[in-house]
Design a protein around this ligand. Structure first.
Ligand code: GNR
Ligand code: NI
Length: 173
């Protein structure tokens, strides 16, 4: 298992609609392992394949908050939201591709999601709370959408400029 570098916004790959995973082969299994390790090491509660430069519809997440509770690493391939609640929630979101920037985002409070697991079986689960927010944030990544796309243009532009500066500084260092 290895970690992979996380792309920082702005990057055209973070704005691209990712492709459906056609076959679960060794490269997909290796990617899942690497994404989980990259997410835990960051640390983050979710990670989508485009964030590591792979334009495939796959995400990992683990939103277990209590340190005492066992971890719950999840791998979702070709996930689809099949139901969203009318009720919404506001969470302060962050993104590993937009480091140290946080903003309130309103989303459906609960969602039902269908996906293919690593062993190729179809699964379905109802998510609420932080899990619901996270899975929607990750599926947005698969559709080339970032949480800052929900913000007012001026705020979004300010964050984008900060990230451009951060990237310039990183490439000089
Ligand atoms: O680690 C993460 N935390 C987070 C907090 C609130 C809402 C969404 C997230 S996802 C984020 C990791 C990430 O960027 N996933 O794409
Ligand atoms: Ni993100």
């Amino acid at each position: 298992m290895t970690t992979r570098p996380i792309l920082i916004h702005p990057d055209p790959r973070l704005k691209t609609v990712a492709d459906t995973v056609r076959e679960i082969d060794d490269s997909v299994r290796r990617l899942a392992d690497d994404m989980l390790q990259t997410m835990y090491e960051a640390p983050g509660i979710g990670l989508a394949a485009p964030q590591v430069g792979v334009l495939q519809r796959m995400l990992v997440m683990d939103c277990v908050k209590e340190d005492s509770a066992p971890p719950r690493p999840m791998v979702l391939i070709n996930p689809e939201i099949i139901w969203s609640s009318e009720e919404t929630n506001i969470y302060e979101e962050g993104c590993l591709s937009i480091p140290e920037q946080y903003a309130d985002v309103e989303r459906p409070a609960e969602v039902k999601v269908r996906w293919i697991s690593l062993d190729g079986t179809e699964e379905e689960e109802h998510f609420g709370g932080l899990w619901a927010t996270c899975v929607q944030h990750e599926i947005d990544h698969l559709n080339g959408r970032l949480f800052i796309d929900y913000l007012k243009p001026l705020r979004r532009q300010m964050i984008t400029r900060k990230m451009q500066k951060l990237k310039r500084e990183r490439t000089r260092a």
